[in-house]
Design a binder for this molecule. Structure first.
Ligand code: PSU
Ligand code: MN
Length: 306
């Protein structure tokens, strides 16, 4: 069996890729395990509309019926959003779900894998996984970081949440040779907030500059991805001190309940959403829209270079 036989790409996306038109991949874990129903449903449609308005084609990715789906129908988007028995698929889970037929949402890592297989170079998400706090003891390091090291996709995110050890996450990315760019910022953002206290490798002023960095990385023969930190728009940014306090509570609750492994990230996300009364949800939605906009512009510029 050819790897391509596992892919199920919609005709629209297939045509766009073949013609070298800009396509932007989207993950489904943000839908199934990152946002509540029914807000995630309107989000799933709106983020695709934003990408289209920028002149790119959206490609939401998921694992359904033993296939790697690139582009979901409205029914399939509903399936992911309702999250009735939808698993979370990171790299190690893929062969299992391809065998069992389990419906699964793709993380940043698996969305990158499937996007690269399909020939999609740009991917918009909310926040990436990273080195967890106390990761030096637990060894809980998201597979997202290894994927950035090896898989040639540019990921546009709003940084990483403070549930993670952002300093060690950036150290890991440096070791793995992943360029970390700031989109019109010199600081790596921390999801709800514009700042994190940590810098980026390069401040990119334009989407064209990001596209050139991607082209040069891959043209010179370097493997792996590029990470773009795009800060949440001012009007939706939350207070660093307040969010830090909620994050600390969430971490304490996870420890009390003994949550670990693949459950920890969804647990912390749900705890924060529940304890910030919807403000954090709106910020999450808006920063992802903003990432989709920037990712689309990068994809448009990258398509011109190719
Ligand atoms: N961080 C967020 N929102 C998310 C995730 C992370 O702020 O939705 C999701 C992404 O799909 C990411 C995954 O790839 O969690 C990482 O999970 P883990 O830490 O188990 O690798
Ligand atoms: Mn983990």
């Amino acid at each position: 069996m050819n790897p391509m036989d596992y892919l199920s790409i919609t005709p629209e996306i297939q045509k766009a890729i073949a013609a070298g038109k800009p396509v932007v991949a989207l993950e489904s874990t943000i839908l199934s395990h990152g946002m509540p129903w029914p807000e995630n449903k309107s989000f799933a449609h709106e983020i695709e509309d934003i990408i289209r308005a920028e002149g790119a084609v959206p490609a939401t990715i998921a694992v359904i019926g033993g296939k790697l789906k690139v582009g979901l129908t409205p029914d399939e988007l509903d399936l992911m959003c309702k999250n009735e028995n939808v698993a979370k698929a990171s790299r190690r889970d893929l062969p299992i779900f391809l065998t069992t037929g389990q419906t699964a949402a793709t993380t940043v890592a698996t969305t990158m894998i499937v996007a690269a297989m399909a020939g999609i170079s740009v991917f918009a998400t909310g926040g990436i996984g990273g080195v967890h706090r106390k990761g030096e003891v637990t060894m809980d390091i998201s597979a997202d970081l290894q994927e950035l090291a090896h898989t040639p996709v540019t990921v546009v995110c709003a940084g990483a949440k403070m549930i993670l050890d952002i300093g060690r996450t950036l150290e890991y990315l440096e070791t793995m040779g992943v360029p970390v760019l700031g989109m019109r910022t010199s600081e790596f953002p921390s999801f709800y907030c514009k700042s994190s206290g940590f810098g980026v490798d390069h401040r990119a002023e334009t989407e064209t500059e990001v596209a050139k960095i991607m082209a040069n990385k891959w043209n010179v023969g370097l493997t792996g991805g590029v990470l773009v930190g795009n800060p949440v728009p001012d009007e939706y940014a939350l207070d660093f001190g307040e969010m830090s306090a909620v994050v600390d509570q969430a971490l304490a609750a996870a420890e009390t309940k003994g949550v670990h492994g693949k459950e920890i990230t969804p647990f912390l996300l749900a705890y924060i959403a529940e304890h910030t009364h919807g403000t954090s949800l709106n910020t999450n939605i808006q920063l992802a829209y903003n990432n989709a906009r920037v990712a689309s512009r990068i994809a448009v510029e990258y398509a011109k270079l190719k």
